[in-house]
Design a binder for this molecule. Structure first.
Ligand SMILES: *Cc1c(COP(=O)(O)O)cnc(C)c1O
Length: 385
């Protein structure tokens, strides 16, 4: 057994990252300075989008996207229940109604045929989540969006570096959100961004993240002089600092090697577990190249004498920090109080009972990978029927 606890995810920082941050601390601008613009330009270029707007975190970025998309009171927005609460909460911030559509049992991603069933005359947008880093079926989703005049906001918190039909995630829909929380592909401590090809969305996002205030003379209806600004709608202070943006730029230099390392770990897991009858390794759709934020092992519960909880606890006892992604959002207390019903999304609810996420992060050493493999095999052998 390992003598130290292995978490499921962790950042990887080097001296260049630390130097980048220190340089900002020694400079003139801690916020609203040149590093923000540089980070935005580099992120936009990386994903192939025209614009990017950085935010304090991914959740704030999603809030901004919902605002820019014009989501308001009683507008319906469709998303997946197998996601972090933020993908749905951003709709509620705007007074909208969250409508959950069930998942595809192979990819665990939102299923376009389930989306179609949930579209009504009040539907305004779809927020598909590239769960684990594997892109959703964007072709089918874009077809529905076009037919019903819907905005598509991709939640790509897991999918920086992923591709769909050979094209990078980040410039394929109206807006795309990435998160820079420490467990994600690159980190800024806390941070998020929206990438888009629309100038209109870009301008709204810029104004939204800074109180709804603008100094842009083209947008002002009066102008008292060089000091003048106007607040034209209720925005927030959702600005990222230059300290964070400098870290983001430095981390972006390493994204390619981070994704490569994640893929190596995934290949080792797939090889180790593919002939284990008690578990199912992740399915990869032919149209997608995942950037592997998460590695999910599905337990074939009818071959085991215990539930997922016991497997989870056994692994934790042996210092393997497995996790569960996610508790279906509609079953959380707040959503239950809003009236969402258990049993309404059976595929998501069933999947939730069967899954564990294995440790997966670039800093993992060969011995860490081997420890995960050996411990999972040991525990499965112990609890199989
Ligand atoms: C991390 C995450 C978010 C929110 O990002 P934060 O930066 O933590 O606010 C949203 N959606 C998904 C799927 C995430 O994993």
């Amino acid at each position: 057994m390992r003598d130290t606890y292995l978490p499921y995810g962790k950042q990887m920082l080097d001296d260049a990252d630390i130097e980048a941050v220190v340089n900002v601390l020694k400079g003139d601008y801690l916020t609203t300075g040149p590093m923000i613009k540089q980070f935005e330009e580099r992120m936009a270029k990386y994903v192939g989008a025209q614009y990017a707007v950085a935010f304090t975190n991914g959740t704030a970025a999603l809030h901004g996207a919902c605002f820019a998309a014009g989501i308001g009171e009683d507008d319906e927005v469709i998303t997946s229940p197998i996601t972090f609460a933020a993908s749905a909460n951003c709709v509620l911030y705007q007074g909208g109604i969250v409508v959950f559509a069930d998942i595809d049992q192979q990819t665990y991603n939102i299923d376009p045929t389930e989306i179609e069933k949930k579209i009504t005359s009040k539907t305004k947008a779809i927020i598909p989540v590239h769960f684990t880093g594997q892109p959703v079926q964007l072709d089918a989703i874009h077809r529905l969006a076009k037919e019903h005049n819907l905005v598509v906001i991709e939640d790509a918190a897991h999918a920086l570096g992923a591709t769909y039909q050979g094209e990078k995630i980040g410039a394929l829909s109206d807006m795309t959100m990435f998160s820079f929380h420490p467990v994600k592909h690159i980190t800024t401590g806390e941070g998020g961004i929206i990438t888009t090809n629309s100038k209109e969305y870009y301008e709204k996002l810029m104004q939204f993240r800074s109180h709804g205030i603008t100094r842009n003379s083209n947008l002002l209806t009066e102008n008292h002089g060089p000091w003048y600004y106007d607040m034209q709608f209720l925005g927030y202070n959702y600005r990222m600092t230059d300290i964070q943006a400098a870290l983001g730029c430095s981390q972006l230099d390493k994204l390619g090697s981070f994704v490569k390392r994640r893929k190596e770990i995934v290949a080792a897991y797939n090889e180790a577990f593919s002939d284990l009858l008690e578990v199912q390794t992740p399915y990869q759709h032919i149209d997608t190249d995942s950037s592997w934020h998460l590695y999910i092992l599905k337990l074939n519960l009818d071959t085991l004498s215990v539930s997922r909880k016991e497997v989870f606890e056994e692994l934790h006892k042996m210092n393997i920090g497995v996790n569960v992604h996610y508790i279906p959002v509609h079953t959380l207390s707040y959503y239950q109080e809003l009236g969402y019903k258990r049993g309404s999304l059976p595929k998501s609810e069933q999947m939730y009972e069967e899954i564990i996420s294995l440790p997966l992060f670039p800093l993992m050493q060969e011995q860490d990978i081997q420890d995960v493999i050996d411990t999972v095999k040991y525990v499965i052998k112990k609890v199989k029927k």
